[in-house]
Design a protein around this ligand. Sequence first.
Ligand SMILES: NC(=O)c1ccc[n+]([C@@H]2O[C@H](COP(=O)([O-])OP(=O)(O)OC[C@H]3O[C@@H](n4cnc5c(N)ncnc54)[C@H](OP(=O)(O)O)[C@@H]3O)[C@@H](O)[C@H]2O)c1
Length: 295
Amino acid sequence: MTGEADPSSGRGVGPVVVVGALGMLGRAWRELLQSRGIEHTGLDLPTLDITDPQSITEHIGKDVRTVINCAAFTDVDGCEDQEPAAHRLNAEAVGHLADHCKTIGATLIHYSTDYVFDGKADSPYTTDHHRDPVNAYGRTKADGEILIEDSGCDFLLIRTSWLYAPWARNFVSGMIRLTRERDELNVVDDQRGRPTSAQHLAASSLSLLDMGERGAFHVTDDGECSWYEFACEIKRLAGNTCDVKPCTSEEFKRPAARPAYSVLDISKTESVLGPMPDWKHNLAEVIGQMEPQSV
Ligand SMILES: NC(=O)c1ccc[n+]([C@@H]2O[C@H](COP(=O)([O-])OP(=O)(O)OC[C@H]3O[C@@H](n4cnc5c(N)ncnc54)[C@H](OP(=O)(O)O)[C@@H]3O)[C@@H](O)[C@H]2O)c1
């Protein structure tokens, strides 16, 4: 078996509610569920606000079998000076969702991040490595993980990294635009990680769910790179001619610290689903589908 999901999978998981359905990963999930003919509802603000337990009870009924939480405070730099608001969404709201899933007997799929780790390792982070985030976003996401683990609900906690899709604002769409508009661009070369196609992430998550897997998993594309190497490949595939140059994190200061090494170990997932496709393979597919309005 390869990392590609079985197209017939997922038939026993509905009705499904996708939370944060208008976001980058939320859309990948809605399109996947639609293509598989799985009964689902996509909910987002302002209809559903997961920071409000009453709103959760009102919109996620007792018949729901699976709740997929794609909602989050994902502005990593913004979290630094809005940590209480980020905590309400990335942690407390996740606790509310987990409690509700336990009450109605639904399975919760929740997404977390490589940023729960300290970035000081020199080999990929396994699912049971201790959490030690270096920024506010990572702290709030780590607290969300703990609330799920403590809730007693049936859950799949999937950590991922460097997400991209043919839609929405993301690193790939941003780099296509910048390498088209500029003659020269500096991109950080001292942070390494694993890019992840949102479409492949959704399909792999559905396969894990469908195969009865529960607990913590890491799902990313295979291989690893720096942001600079990622940008060079995006520029090449987009056919742009900009001179992309490597720089250091010190030269490209941001409000939030970033882990230097955030490669997630995907071997547990690969032992169930087979090998994940290499990031260059998934990137070429996504760039081939890139929506003009995203770039
Ligand atoms: N993006 C990455 O590179 C990355 C990397 C690692 C992990 N992840 C994780 O992957 C998951 C999906 O990320 P993403 O990039 O797809 O997120 P996204 O595009 O930012 O989408 C999040 C969605 O949640 C909605 N939302 C915000 N507050 C809400 C609330 N109170 N109740 C209900 N919905 C709410 C947002 O609506 P508004 O737009 O109106 O606020 C948005 O539609 C997140 O858990 C994230 O932490 C992402």
